[in-house]
Design a protein around this ligand. Sequence first.
Ligand SMILES: [Zn+2]
Length: 146
Amino acid sequence: MTERYYDKGIAPKLTLGCPHCRAGARFESLYGNLPLPVMLADGKNGTKLSWAGRLSCLVCGLNRTHEVDWPREAFYQVAYRGEILWAFDRAMMVDTLAYLTAGADRDAVRRNSPYATRLLRLPKTFLAAKARETLAAKIEALLARG
Ligand SMILES: [Zn+2]
């Protein structure tokens, strides 16, 4: 698995695959701008982690509370060699594509992205030269969907 992605939690606003129609649906945490998961008191002197938020889909009209199963539900995800390359939303996947396909200026491309620290933690599998063409094709096909 790609646990390094989780170091600083997950963004509270995400694009998830709609459980009804598979389109990209908007998710917003119930806890404002705190990264997910949020630690809550469990009412028994302990704590529990919550991924709760509101999921809304403009395509099918779905609108309900939802517990995120991340990264399984990420709309912007591609599989490569048994690992999942995911992004919070379209903007992050666009920046990921630019980073992966950059040449000698890769570090500059990364630093100019608002997702720079996330891009820095991409697993090496995705950054290998031999991965570039396959991943770029998969990401471009995904971005063409929505
Ligand atoms: Zn939907």
